[in-house]
Design a protein around this ligand. Sequence first.
Ligand SMILES: *Cc1c(COP(=O)(O)O)cnc(C)c1O
Length: 359
Amino acid sequence: MADFERPNIKAMQGYTSGEQPDQQQTIKLNTNENPYPPSPEVDRALAALTGASLRRYPNPTADPLRDALADLHDLDREQIVITHGGDEALRLALTTFVEPGAGFGMAEPSYSLYPVLAAIQDARVVRVNLREDWSLPEDAAVQLNEADVQLTCIVNPHAPSGRLTSADDLRALAETLHGVLLIDEAYVDFVDPELEYSSLDLVRSCDNVLVLRTFSKGYALAGMRLGYLLGNAALIEPIVSKTRDSYNIDHVSQQVGLAAIRDQAYAQAGWRNVRDARAGLAASLGQLGLTSAPSQSNFILVEVPAPHAAESMYQALKARNILVRYFDAEGLRNKLRISIGTAQENAALVDALTDLLTE
Ligand SMILES: *Cc1c(COP(=O)(O)O)cnc(C)c1O
């Protein structure tokens, strides 16, 4: 039989999504979804939609949403491109800035979608191993430059650890790198505001920085598929005018996105609840001997103490209808990544782990 598949596609493995079970009663702490529903403004926007409003094509570049986000971040419309989830933003950055065969940089471990997207582009993946505390090594930029990397993705706060790298450290990295630095801020909404972390100054002052944001986590809209990139207008322009799908954001998503960001008070109250629950859960699990590194995200990475094994703990929780994430990967095999749930869900998890550890 003829084989039409490109060799790089043939050779690659696809992305494995977290489990999405059908049963409503599952306590789902495995894919970092927001534990709370989106703003009531989102329900109102959905209720106001009509079939007739879908007859015409949507605003091609989602300009009302770009303008609302420009307002929110104090940037210009030209510094923003709206994407079909953060994942499309990553794919577009690769398509636009990485030639086939050229280098794509990432930290190891981090988001397992990065190497999948790099393989689709037939890019060469260059991995920088993180240190014991999940920080980047001093010579990260040197390693990446020596490997001729054209684009580097750094998730901040880091996944799966939740560690936050300072904006100063990211600036130093951006200023040393020869290629583009994409700071993946999928979880930035959950950072403690007292830390005053912001990468927006880098967006304004560096010509090689892109920042990824998503509505999936902070705005509880993972089912909608809405994200965006912030960056220097010269980085954003080719994505808006060339590599993006025409009409990549449907009318429904544009309306819902606008409603969600308008209700900042609701979103921020949710982020605060998640931060409080995060501290509570880390403390409760710590008392059980399950320690975790400090997290600025909506999940914690918990170390399972010997003689218990993380994988069997994952299985035992699953048997009790509680899903968490286990990674069969270097440095992660004795750990579980646990998303912050509602107060009830977190309590059920603590109860189940108390049982399992004393069995
Ligand atoms: C969730 C996530 C994204 C983007 O997800 P979308 O649902 O496609 O917006 C990007 N990077 C990381 C590290 C994530 O966890």
